[in-house]
Design a protein around this ligand. Sequence first.
Ligand SMILES: NC(=O)c1ccc[n+]([C@@H]2O[C@H](COP(=O)([O-])OP(=O)(O)OC[C@H]3O[C@@H](n4cnc5c(N)ncnc54)[C@H](OP(=O)(O)O)[C@@H]3O)[C@@H](O)[C@H]2O)c1
Length: 227
Amino acid sequence: MMEKATKSALIVGATGLVGKELVDIVLNEPNYHSVTILTRKLLPLTHPKLEQIITDFDQLDQYQQHLQVDDVYCCLGTTIKTAGSQDAFRKVDLTYPLELAVLTKSLGAQKFLIITAMGADPDSKVFYSRVKGEIEVELKDLGFSALHIFRPSLLLGERQEFRLGERIGVILSPVLSFLMVGSLKKYKPIHAKVVAMAMYQASLLPKSGSFTYESDEIYRLSTESNS
Ligand SMILES: NC(=O)c1ccc[n+]([C@@H]2O[C@H](COP(=O)([O-])OP(=O)(O)OC[C@H]3O[C@@H](n4cnc5c(N)ncnc54)[C@H](OP(=O)(O)O)[C@@H]3O)[C@@H](O)[C@H]2O)c1
């Protein structure tokens, strides 16, 4: 079904591996008349639909005039190493997304789309997976018309920052992908562009409720044509 350019989108994490791909997709697809991104640094990009807002994420409530949108895409994330501590990690992967969700919901947003991670579980013994699980639970309580949660496995794509674990995964990726068939498909590394396309496709689905996609479902969704 073809949607007209009647909706507005907000993207956070737009400078990241998935976020950059998503910006590229939503600017070039027809159904949004405006795309706002909240960032710490500007993307070297201009487009008639695009508004970039340099943001202090500790003061998100100061940006309410930019938070009145239909669809919210959250691609924020960090690593404990980059953030410097578990608390700092939690702020980026839980506090900011939750504040964003509460604010945008109160201002009328209908759809919230967020990347967590494979293994997200609020009861996990692994801190990273636990935080990812906690944000999922918190978001489900907010009552968005539609909440889409994406749980990718290892992300593939051109990253400037060096992350040893990810590099090893990327090198092993062709072997891993060959081995991971059937029920193991959700462990297959997945390209950031595929995740971004699946997020966009999910935004077009005319259904309400909470939906969670593992990597194999993300692949499937990315190839669906809902536009
Ligand atoms: N990497 C993987 O293999 C993997 C696997 C599964 C799930 N995930 C999850 O998928 C999501 C997207 O991952 P990605 O690899 O695309 O992320 P990324 O490339 O690391 O980008 C993260 C984004 O979050 C922003 N950000 C980080 N710290 C911030 C802070 N303190 N304040 C404001 N913004 C901040 C970054 O902005 P700046 O550019 O300003 O730093 C960037 O836009 C994340 O939630 C991640 O946990 C990743």
